[in-house]
Design a protein around this ligand. Structure first.
Ligand code: FAD
Ligand code: NAP
Length: 338
């Protein structure tokens, strides 16, 4: 295993922020990971686990070791007439796993097409898009505790999945490294076209009775037309989470802002579209220094080139402040800040 000293992380994060890491190691197997974690020189160092760097904002140099997880492999573990259990290495590109599933007509993750990043990071924030979340198809995952090198399998009910949340993003953050993920996919899938944008795109494509592949294609078309490509314009997708408020709070807001965009959430709460709140505060397409809110999608903060993490964070702070002042609603970051 090759450990590199004093390396730039610019090409390892989709925001394109240029910070340095004191050490950097790429891991391709669980054995290599255990060797690294047990090595006497490495043990005392702070550790930062890295997948595709598509949900990260670096704000300073990292004075420890970045462990880049690149464990490969997709295989069928077992199957029945109804289900197939697929195990994938944490380093597999998420979209590659979606493509594999769609090619085999396995259903459950087709709406999650084109989400950047790795399989290992997907359970971290229970990735979601267009009415599907990874938790809906999740069976279990395997990983290693950083301090003890003990292995553990987490089953779905132990992962504390919520809206863009899990135990791995909170209690186990920087404590547990996910190495493998098992999904339970449907062999006779029903598609989910509950999001208007997907239904409309299928209409445009003149598809009446869509299958998994049709939904996958529709989602890919929408995303390509709407979202900034990080290789062209640095970003980490939605910078903020959609806030979920009580019904009472929602009625107060609806009274004041009748056109507010909202959707029912769990436990009789209401989800507000953070993008709409930000847009109403006048941030859509606005630039502050080298960063800004994207012109087509205000929830996505972008790096126009040369932005520092601090600059992006400052912009995020201003946006949060104006949403709080106008609506009395707190929005919080979805992106992991280091
Ligand atoms: P990284 O950014 O590398 O890491 C994210 C966090 O997970 C970090 O805290 C890291 O330490 C931790 N981590 C990474 N790998 C592991 C591991 N193996 N074990 C333990 N911890 C780990 N997200 C959505 O939910 N839905 C979307 O539709 C969506 N669209 C996006 C579109 C764009 C253009 C971009 C840039 C991002 C989008 N995202 C979306 C956010 C992002 O793609 C996902 O959160 C993705 O799962 C992050 O994967 P990653 O490998 O890049 O993780
Ligand atoms: P959109 O279609 O313009 O919708 C705006 C918001 O309304 C979304 O955030 C979505 O919530 C919500 N919404 C729309 N239709 C809904 C429905 N039928 N039921 C419940 N909620 C609904 O959103 P967009 O920004 O273009 O994104 C499209 C999808 O891709 C969304 O699911 C979004 O989460 C996902 N996406 C995520 C990221 C990221 O980095 N996290 C980046 C790009 C796109 P949800 O966000 O809860 O779905």
């Amino acid at each position: 295993m090759n450990i590199v000293e004093n390396t730039s992380l610019k090409k390892f994060n989709t925001f394109g922020i240029d910070v340095n890491s004191r050490y950097f190691a790429e891991i391709v197997s669980e054995e290599e990971l255990i060797d690294l974690l047990t090595s006497k020189n490495i043990k005392p160092l702070s550790k930062l686990i890295l997948g595709g760097g598509s949900n990260i904002l670096f704000t300073k140099d990292f004075n420890g070791i970045v462990i880049s997880i690149n464990i490969p492999g997709i295989k069928i573990k077992n199957e029945s007439n109804e289900y197939v259990m697929i195990e994938a290495g944490a380093g597999v590109q998420w979209h590659q796993l979606v493509q594999y599933s769609v090619e085999n007509n396995f259903g459950g993750i087709e709406n999650l097409a084109l989400i950047p990043g790795t399989v290992g990071a997907a359970p971290m924030q229970n990735i979601g898009a267009y009415g599907q979340e990874v938790k809906d198809s999740f069976h279990s995952l395997k990983g290693i505790f950083i301090d003890t090198c003990m292995e553990k399998t987490f089953y779905k009910d132990e992962c504390e999945f919520g809206y863009r949340e899990s135990i791995f993003k909170h209690e186990l953050k920087e404590k547990f490294i996910i190495t493998k993920v098992v999904l339970k996919l449907l062999k006779n899938p029903h598609v989910n076209i509950s999001y208007n944008a997907v239904a409309k795109e299928l209409e445009t494509l003149k598809i009446n009775n869509p299958g998994v592949k049709d939904v996958f294609n529709a989602v890919c078309n929408i995303r390509r037309s709407k979202l900034p490509d990080p290789s062209v314009l640095g970003n980490a997708g939605s910078f903020f989470k959609n806030p979920v408020v009580s019904n009472e709070e929602f009625l107060r807001l609806k009274n004041k802002f009748p056109e507010i965009v909202s959707f029912p959430a769990e436990n009789e709460k209401v989800k507000l579209a953070a993008g709409w709140l930000i847009e109403k505060c006048g941030w859509k397409g606005k630039r502050m220094g080298n960063s800004g809110s994207h012109q087509k999608q205000s929830l996505v903060l972008v790096n126009y080139g040369g932005a520092t993490g601090g600059e992006v964070l400052k912009l995020a702070g201003e946006i949060k402040k104006s949403v709080r002042e106008m609506f009395g609603v707190n929005i919080s970051e979805e992106v992991n800040i280091y």
